[in-house]
Design a protein around this ligand. Structure first.
Ligand code: ATP
Ligand code: MG
Length: 248
């Protein structure tokens, strides 16, 4: 189990998360939904270990969390523009020791194997030595995704990986995420505003409203028993086969 325990985070007087607790089952596929500004990215950064909560803690009950056990794909993609696609993806493997060409040959071989394998997965083999500035938005997202997964971390947090992409590019990314989850089953939390694609594939939906988790459960429970604000939020973005989920 991966857990956030009474986690709080403020920016000045803005208390974004207030003693929030959350449990994630090992290997589960979780969707994190909520209105813009509700604290999804703040929470994901804390879960991913790139930001620290002011109170509370993030723990794994199935062993210590090492630096390679979790990774975060940032909402903006956050590629290093001066590094090639290959070096961007290799970054977590070599801990910033780039360019990779300067590494000992055994390490280099291992890095090549892993980076080439994940680049094949995301369909970017031919773009390995391009620079991020030469790529389309969808390709850049695939590079970020490859970087988040190259280490096969136990826990993966993906922050709005399809944001700003057209429906086709967005669909490619969502399919890749589902395939990669099915393949090695990391504990995963995925934030997306594309609820049509996200809700049917998530095992559990976590709704964050104004920094509080107001619902957590499978889609069937969301339909039957989520608070009204969650059903209203979802019903504008997701078609339940013509059935009204919320009637005002
Ligand atoms: N570095 C920061 N400095 C100050 N305020 C911040 C910072 N990061 C986030 N916030 C504030 O925290 C709140 C939650 O922001 P967050 O980015 O988590 O929202 P979100 O749910 O991810 O929204 P979106 O769906 O638009 O991505 C907002 O009020 C935001 O202004
Ligand atoms: Mg966000």
């Amino acid at each position: 189990m991966f857990e956030a325990r009474t986690v709080s985070r403020s920016f000045g007087k803005n208390r974004v998360l207030d003693r929030l607790s959350l449990k994630l089952e090992e290997h589960s596929f979780n969707a994190l939904i909520g209105p813009s500004g509700s604290g999804k990215s703040v929470l994901l950064k804390i879960l991913g270990g790139v930001d620290q909560p002011e109170t509370g803690e993030v723990v794994s009950t199935s062993g210590d969390l090492g630096p390679n056990d979790r990774s975060l794909m940032f909402q903006e993609g956050a590629l290093f523009d001066s590094l090639s696609v290959f070096d961007n993806v290799a970054f977590p493997l070599v801990r910033g020791n780039v360019p990779c060409a300067s590494l000992p040959s055994k390490t280099l071989e291992d890095v090549h194997e892993k980076v080439e394998s994940i680049l094949r997965h995301v369909g970017l083999t031919k773009a390995a030595y391009k620079m991020p500035g030469q790529l389309s938005g969808g390709m850049r997202r695939r590079v970020s995704l490859a970087r988040a997964l190259v280490n096969r971390p136990r826990c993966v947090f993906l922050d709005d990986p399809t944001c700003g992409l057209d429906p086709v590019a967005s669909s490619v990314i969502m399919d890749l995420i589902c395939d990669l989850h099915a393949e090695y089953k990391p504990t995963m939390v995925l934030v997306s505003h594309d609820l049509r694609r996200l809700l049917p594939v998530a095992e559990r939906i976590i709704a964050l409203f104004e920094g509080e988790i107001v619902f957590s459960g499978p889609l069937a429970d969301l339909v039957s028993s989520a608070p009204e604000e969650v059903r209203r939020f979802v019903s504008c973005r997701f078609d339940f086969g013509g059935k009204p989920l919320y009637v005002s």
